[in-house]
Design a protein around this ligand. Structure first.
Ligand code: HEC
Length: 516
C-alpha cells in the first residue's frame, strides 16, 4: 500500500527518520492502489461532455524523444550544443500544441488545453483524470504578479497579463499521490524533518500560460488591438516591462481577420493609441496567434475578471472576447533541475531578437505549423555556463541518482565558498519577466556576462532555473510583498543555507503558492 512513499523515504533519508515518526504522515491515498489510468491517445470525444487530460503525444519529429535520457540532455548542456537543445525545446512545443478531438463550447482543444490546474486537482482529486467539466482556460492573475502587487490588487505596476498553471497527467498524478497541494501535508513533511518533497518523475511537464485578454471595449475602430512588440533587451540592463513607454513599438491584431492578415514582420514604431499609425504591414490576423474566445458561460465564471491598466480598475470578461496567448513557460523533469524553455509571440518568427535568435528559430521542425510556428523560444537548461557544481548539469545530481540507482547516492553538501567563474545564461520571457526591478529580486548576486562583470538583478538578467531552484516551503514575505528568495541569474547551491529549516518543493513555486 504505502510502498511508494516509504520506499522513497527509505532511500532518501535512511531508516532512522522513518523510525522516528515519519510513518505518522503516511495517510490513506498515497498508495498505488487508486492510481488513475492515464490516456495515451489524442483521439478523444468530439463532444462538449467534459475534458480528459491526455499525455504528451509523439509529434513524429525524427530525433525527438520525450522524456529524453538525462545523460543525453546533460551532454548537450556540457557541450553547449545549442542545436540539440533548440530542437528538443521545439519538439516539446510541437507536441503541446497538437490538436485533440476534444472541444469546449465549439472550440477544438490542443493537448495542453486538456490539462489540469492546481485548483482542478484540489477540487476534483482523481476525478480530474476522467471526464470532468472544467474550464480549459481558467484565467487568473498569476501569483508571480499578485505577490508583487500586494495580493492581487490592481496597481498598474505589474503587466496586464492573465494566465494559469497546468500539470501534465503524470505530474498531476505525482501531486495527488504525495498530496503536494495540501498545506497540512507539507507542514507534516517539514515537521518530520524532510528537506525536500519526493522528486517528480522524468515525464513530468508543467507549464504556465500568459495571455493578453482584451475586452471588446478596448478595440480601436471596433477591430484592432495594439500588442507591444519586443525590441530586444535594453542596454544597460534595467526593468523593461511590455508597455508603450518602455518598448515603444507595437503590432496591431485584427480580431475580425481569422487568417494571417497582411503583416509582413514589421512593427509600428509610432504607436498612436487611436490607431492612426497602423499600416497593413503592421497588422496581423488571428490566424497567426494561439487564441481562444470567451464564451457566455465562461464570462460568468468568477476567475474571469479582467484587469485594466487604467486606474478605474478592471473590466469583466464578456462573451466573444478574444484571448491571445503571448507567452508560455514550459518545464520538464527530464533532468534533475528540470529543463526550462519559454515561448512568446513574435512578428518575424524567422528572426526573433534575444534572448532567442535566428539560429534557434532555424531549428523549428516542419511538423510545427500554423499559429504555433509564429512564436520564439529561449532556452535555459543550466543556470550558468559551464554549469556549476550542485546546480545540476555536470553530473547526475543526487536527486537523479536517487531516481536511477538509489545505492549510489553522492553525499549532499554545500558548495558555498567555492568560487565558480562562469558565463551568465539569460532565459526569460519578454512579456513576463522583464518587469522585475532589482528590489523585486532581492537574492540576486553579481555575475559575468561576455567576460564582463554584471549585476544580474533585473528581469532581463534572469534565468528560470536559478529562481525556481529557490522554491521552498514555507516562505515569509518581506515588507511590500517581496519574495526574499527571488533572484536574477546565478549558480544556486541546492544545499545552501537559504534552505535551512525549509522543505524544497522540487523547483515548483506553484506548490508553495497553491497549497491550501
Ligand atoms: C524571479 C523568479 C522567477 C523567474 C525568473 C521565473 N519564474 Fe517561473 N514562477 C515563479 C513563481 C513565483 C511561480 C508561481 C506561480 C505563478 O506565478 O502563478 C512560477 C511559476 C512557473 C511555472 C508553473 C509551475 C510552478 O510550479 O512553478 C512554470 C512552468 C514556470 N514558472 C516556468 C518558468 C520559466 C520557463 C521561466 C524562465 C523563462 C521562469 N519560470 C522564470 C517565479 C519565477
Amino acid at each position: 500500500m504505502r510502498v511508494t512513499l516509504l520506499g522513497w523515504l527509505a532511500t532518501a533519508l535512511g531508516p532512522a527518520l522513518i523510525a522516528s515518526g515519519v510513518l505518522l504522515i503516511a495517510t490513506p491515498g498515497w498508495g498505488r492502489g487508486d492510481e488513475p489510468q492515464l490516456r495515451t491517445t489524442t483521439k478523444q470525444l468530439p463532444t462538449d461532455g467534459g475534458l480528459i487530460p491526455v499525455v504528451l503525444p509523439d509529434p513524429g519529429i525524427p530525433g525527438f524523444t520525450f522524456p529524453e535520457a538525462e545523460h543525453r540532455i546533460l551532454r548537450w548542456v556540457r557541450n553547449n550544443d545549442q542545436h540539440s537543445l533548440s530542437k528538443h525545446a521545439w519538439g516539446l512545443w510541437t507536441a503541446l500544441n497538437m490538436p485533440t478531438d476534444q472541444c469546449y463550447e465549439g472550440q477544438r482543444l490542443s493537448v495542453l488545453e486538456t490539462w489540469v490546474t492546481p485548483k482542478d486537482l484540489q477540487t476534483l482529486g482523481n476525478h480530474a483524470f476522467s471526464k470532468s467539466g472544467r474550464d480549459p482556460w481558467p484565467l487568473t492573475v498569476l501569483h508571480q504578479f499578485s505577490s508583487l502587487s500586494g495580493g492581487g490588487a490592481v496597481t498598474g505596476q505589474t503587466p496586464d497579463v492573465l494566465g494559469f498553471v497546468k500539470y501534465d497527467p503524470t505530474a498531476a498524478k505525482h501531486v495527488l499521490r504525495y498530496q503536494l497541494l495540501s498545506l497540512a501535508n507539507l507542514t507534516n513533511l517539514l515537521q518530520a524533518g524532510l528537506t525536500e518533497i519526493p522528486p517528480f518523475p522524468a515525464s513530468a511537464l508543467v507549464l504556465k500560460i500568459e495571455t493578453f485578454p482584451w475586452s471588446t471595449t478596448r478595440l480601436v475602430g471596433g477591430r484592432y488591438y495594439a500588442l507591444p512588440a519586443w525590441p530586444g533587451p535594453p542596454d544597460p540592463p534595467r526593468d523593461f516591462p511590455p508597455d508603450q513607454s518602455h518598448w515603444k513599438q507595437c503590432i496591431w491584431v485584427d480580431i475580425q481577420e481569422n487568417g494571417p492578415g497582411t503583416g509582413t514582420g514589421r512593427v509600428d514604431t509610432v504607436w498612436n493609441a487611436d490607431g492612426s499609425s497602423r499600416t497593413p504591414e503592421t497588422t496581423y490576423g488571428l490566424g497567426r496567434f494561439i487564441h481562444f474566445r470567451r464564451s457566455a458561460t465562461q464570462a460568468q465564471l468568477p476567475n474571469t475578471v479582467l484587469r485594466s491598466p487604467a486606474p478605474q480598475g478592471g473590466t469583466r470578461a464578456a462573451a466573444g472576447d478574444v484571448v491571445i496567448v503571448i507567452g508560455l513557460h514550459v518545464t520538464t523533469k527530464e533532468i534533475a533541475n528540470w529543463t526550462w524553455q519559454t515561448f512568446w509571440w513574435t512578428p518575424d518568427p524567422d528572426n526573433p531578437p534575444p534572448p532567442s535568435s535566428t539560429a534557434i528559430a532555424a531549428c523549428r521542425p516542419m511538423q510545427l505549423q500554423g499559429a504555433a510556428r509564429h512564436y520564439a523560444v529561449a532556452i535555459g537548461y543550466s543556470m550558468v555556463f559551464p554549469p556549476g557544481e550542485n546546480s545540476g548539469g555536470v553530473y547526475p545530481s543526487p536527486q537523479a541518482q536517487l531516481r536511477d540507482s538509489p545505492s549510489r547516492v553522492e553525499p549532499r553538501r554545500s558548495n558555498l565558498g567555492r568560487s565558480h567563474v562562469a558565463e551568465s545564461v539569460y532565459c526569460y520571457n519578454p512579456y513576463i519577466e522583464t518587469f522585475f526591478t532589482s528590489a523585486q529580486l532581492p537574492a540576486s548576486r553579481p555575475g559575468t556576462y561576455l567576460g564582463r562583470p554584471v549585476d544580474n538583478n533585473v528581469g532581463v538578467q534572469t534565468n528560470c532555473m536559478s529562481c525556481h531552484a529557490q522554491a521552498c516551503f514555507p516562505i515569509m514575505l518581506l515588507p511590500g510583498g517581496i519574495f526574499p528568495l527571488y533572484t536574477g541569474d546565478q549558480n544556486i547551491d541546492l544545499y545552501g543555507p537559504q534552505f535551512q529549516g525549509k522543505l524544497k518543493v522540487d523547483f515548483l513555486w506553484s506548490i508553495n503558492d497553491d497549497a491550501s
